[in-house]
Design a protein around this ligand. Structure first.
Ligand SMILES: [Zn+2]
Length: 121
């Protein structure tokens, strides 16, 4: 049985309960790179040696994370609402207002989250 825990507040997310997944790709971004003829014929060996020298004592994971990092979160409905309101100021302990809409009930009425083992009501 796969059980999940909310990455925001730490609450256990029971099997078949509504949960949200957040996937964040953090990538180094540059404007389009223009490669000219001079770049192709330039001697890169010394540059590479210097680069390796600069990086040799660094933590490989830290180096990788300066280029790309994928963050994946599982959130309970309360943390999901707090997250989408302010992703960069997400503080799960502040919670979120309850909404008027029971989205779990709505999604289940559309057939989401239903399992063959669930009893029809
Ligand atoms: Zn939560």
């Amino acid at each position: 049985m796969i059980t999940y825990r909310c990455d925001g507040c730490g609450a256990a997310l029971p099997e078949h309960a509504l949960r949200y997944t957040v996937k964040i790709d953090v990538r180094a971004a540059y404007d389009e790179l223009e490669v000219g003829l001079l770049d192709l014929v330039r001697e890169h060996r010394q540059e590479l040696i210097e680069l390796i020298e600069r990086l040799k004592d660094k933590d490989p994971q830290e180096i990788e994370e300066t280029v790309y990092k994928c963050i994946r979160l599982d959130l309970c409905p309360s943390c999901q609402r707090a997250f989408i309101r302010a992703p960069l100021q997400f503080h799960p302990e502040q919670g979120a207002r309850e909404t008027e809409i029971d989205i779990d009930e709505f999604l289940r009425s559309l057939g989401y989250g239903r399992h063959s083992t669930d009893e029809e009501t």
